[in-house]
Design a protein around this ligand. Structure first.
Ligand code: GUN
Length: 285
């Protein structure tokens, strides 16, 4: 069994983005810029936004933190999105979710210019992913694909089982595995016999949000196991959706929590921001 080191893979990707961005910024005279919108004072969201700012600094991007109070109205938020859409010095826009209850997330996401939508949450980008003609991939599923690639295991023809069907992770995850010719099953809360499904998985991706729910007896020997979960166990310790201590004895490759998918999500946001920047300055690829 090998533990997949997400921090190491993420550092490699960020290093590549940094080198490419430095080169282009120097020659074009424009530096990539990511605008992050945070509304209200959810402490977890504040940490995520700080981390994004840190990542931007690390790869040489400009970051613009747009911090708005809890009392912000939908109109004010929509006005900010419009300004950022029109601002040519801003290449990527991300609105940290969840928004306070009185705000309409969907309306905000739909208002972001699809070419600046580095989360890939806009329906246009979701549609592009469906047909395999995309500029951006949502950061977490894209990061998971990079981790799978890092193992050298080829997805083509493999039984891939994704547990979870959220718009942000599960659904696009299944689509990306399908694009690489995996035979994909998406499981969810109404799946009749989850264990029977996961036991057939050569590649198992858990994205449910339930601490340690994937046990060793649910995993096929030699499977690649990717854990997207970020939960607290009974002792308040950070853990994933996979019971790591049990499952590591059966898997060929497994991601830890923390240090697996998390750092990759952050790295892929930098990659998407760089892609948006390249599009804006008229460079393909
Ligand atoms: N909140 C938790 N994860 C995410 C994410 O990937 N993007 C945004 N915008 N908000 C989030």
């Amino acid at each position: 069994m090998e533990i997949i080191n997400g921090k190491e893979v993420a550092a490699r990707i960020k290093g590549q983005v940094k080198a490419d961005a430095e080169y282009l910024s120097y020659h074009v005279g424009i530096t990539p810029c990511l605008a992050v919108i945070l509304v209200g004072d959810d402490p977890a969201s504040a940490v995520y936004v700080k981390n994004k700012t840190k990542d931007c600094a690390e790869v040489g991007f400009i970051s613009r933190e747009c911090i708005l109070p809890e009392s912000t109205t939908q109109e004010e938020l929509m006005k900010l999105v419009k300004e950022l859409n029109e601002d040519e010095t801003v290449h990527g826009i991300l609105c940290q979710l969840p928004l306070p209850k009185h705000l309409d997330e969907r309306e905000v996401i739909n208002a972001i210019d699809p070419d600046k939508d580095v989360d890939a949450f806009h329906p246009v980008n979701v549609g592009r992913i469906m047909i395999g003609e995309y500029d951006f991939l949502p950061c977490t599923p894209a990061g998971v694909m990079e981790l799978i690639h890092s193992t050298g295991v080829c997805v083509e023809g493999k039984n891939c089982v994704v547990v979870g069907r959220s718009n942000i992770v599960g659904k696009p995850m299944s689509m990306l595995l399908l694009h690489e010719n995996g035979t994909v099953t998406t499981c969810h809360s109404k799946t009749k016999d989850l264990k029977a499904e996961t036991l057939r998985a050569d590649i198992l991706v858990a994205a449910v949000g339930k601490a340690k729910m994937i046990k060793a007896d649910m995993v096929k020997p030699g499977a690649v196991v990717i854990d997207v979960g970020m939960n607290r166990d009974e002792n308040g310790k950070l853990c994933g959706d996979v019971d790591f201590e049990e499952v590591k004895e059966k898997a060929s490759y497994i991601t830890p929590v923390p240090g697996g998918v998390g750092p990759m999500t952050r790295a892929m946001l930098m990659k998407n921001t760089f892609t948006a920047y390249k599009k804006a300055i008229g460079i393909k690829g």
